[in-house]
Unconditional design. Structure first.
Length: 108
């Protein structure tokens, strides 16, 4: 693993964990939210780093496809882990978690 990947993983986990905890800390133990965020990002971020460089002839097309995958995959994994939370709220938080990290990823 490269230093840049480790930085991206730490930053993504930090941002997405803060968002996840801020949404659900009253309903779900913080430890469970922390675990969910770390686990999910440890699965999805390596896939993004492997797929995005392949390109799809255009960076923007590749970016949109990988971000759509991440949103769907993280929504599904959150739904499985956080069974006590309604699906609509899971989708909302998955979007809220991924929007800032996608924008930061574009800027870096």
């Amino acid at each position: 693993m490269t230093y840049a990947f480790i930085q991206a993983l730490i930053l993504t986990c930090l941002i997405e964990t803060i968002i996840l905890v801020s949404f659900f800390f009253k309903e779900t133990p913080v430890q469970k939210l922390f675990f969910a965020s770390i686990l999910i990002n440890s699965i999805t971020l390596p896939i993004v780093w492997l797929v995005l460089p392949l390109g799809f002839n255009q960076f923007f097309q590749s970016f949109l496809l990988t971000e759509a995958f991440v949103f769907l995959a993280e929504s599904l994994m959150l739904r499985i882990i956080l069974r006590e939370i309604q699906t609509k709220r899971i989708i909302t938080v998955a979007f809220a978690m991924n929007l800032p990290t996608a924008i930061i990823g574009l800027l870096l």
